[in-house]
Write a protein that binds this ligand. Structure first.
Ligand code: NDP
Length: 257
């Protein structure tokens, strides 16, 4: 079992990913930006999930997996460096990195400010770059590792009002494919998961009318749940996925057929 670092692990899809990795027996470092209470709740849920895992595999040590929360802004190089130093000191070096932290600042192009463009690119794309760069240092030494980047179907298809977000998510796909090629010889896999419309705080912020319209365009006619994304991430982080790299896998209920 490895130490997993999940950026933006306190809420939404990130929380579900932390729980799925805990259920798979990994130690989990839960990164968050400002919501310490949500991250702490995720940590407590991971403890429960680990106990269930221990019960399933008949492990009378109680699973032994460890969980801790770490505040850091992934868009800042210094923040990422100190995040990794703290995770290494507490849980050991990171063998599984999930770049999940993300924000939106929606507006049509003519109304989109440079500040909102930069903020979204800095968190969603530069944050992933900084974390991949720092994590790969130890992964290369250890000749193994797993990186999963959470992109979006919007990075593939585009979406009016989300030029910044779509550009950041398309950038993540380029980053994923390039790093898969660069790091493959060191037994490090790099994949991207592209969620469609998933019920979290991010999509709850949309007007009811807009949510209904989006759901009408999904083959399965409903929003996905964070667990739908987490199950694939846990699979990609596990032994059964050791020959999958450089892929972009949509989990969208048939939204982008
Ligand atoms: P939420 O808004 O529910 O949660 C976002 C998480 O990211 C929070 O934990 C937040 O921390 C963290 N975060 C934000 N900025 C930073 C930062 N600078 N540094 C560290 N952490 C940060 O989002 P979702 O769960 O909906 O989305 C998770 C990922 O999935 C994102 O990358 C998003 O783009 C992607 N996605 C989501 C879809 C959806 O339909 N929900 C669809 C497609 C992709 P804190 O809790 O401290 O605020």
């Amino acid at each position: 079992m490895s130490t997993a670092l999940v950026t933006g692990g306190g809420r939404g899809i990130g929380r579900a990913i932390c729980l799925a990795l805990a259920q798979a027996g990994h130690d989990v470092a839960i990164n968050y930006a400002g919501n310490a209470a949500a991250a702490e709740e995720t940590r407590a849920l991971c403890e429960q999930a680990a106990r269930q895992f221990a019960h399933t595999v008949n492990d009378d040590r109680g699973g032994g997996a460890r969980f801790a929360t770490f505040a850091a802004d992934v868009s800042e190089a210094q923040g990422v460096e100190s995040l990794f130093e703290q995770v290494e000191a507490t849980l050991g070096s990171v063998g599984i990195l999930v770049n999940n932290a993300g924000i939106t600042r929606d507006a049509l192009l003519l109304r989109m400010s440079e500040e909102d463009f930069d903020a979204v690119l800095d968190t969603n794309l530069k944050g992933a770059f900084l974390c991949c760069k720092r994590a790969s240092r130890n992964m290369v030494k250890q000749r193994g590792g797993r990186i999963v980047n959470i992109t979006s179907v919007v990075g593939i298809a585009g979406n009016p009002g989300q030029a910044n977000y779509a550009a950041s998510k398309a950038g993540l796909i380029g980053l994923t494919k390039t790093l898969a090629r660069e790091l493959g010889s060191r037994n490090i896999t790099v994949n991207a998961v592209a969620p469609g419309f998933i019920a979290t705080d991010m999509t709850d912020a949309m007007p009811e009318e807009a949510r209904t319209a989006v759901q009408a365009g999904i083959a399965l006619r409903r929003a996905g749940q964070p667990e739908d994304i987490a199950a694939l991430v846990a699979f990609l982080a596990g032994d059964a996925a050791s020959y999958i790299t450089g892929q972009v896998i949509c989990v969208d209920g048939g939204m982008t057929l």
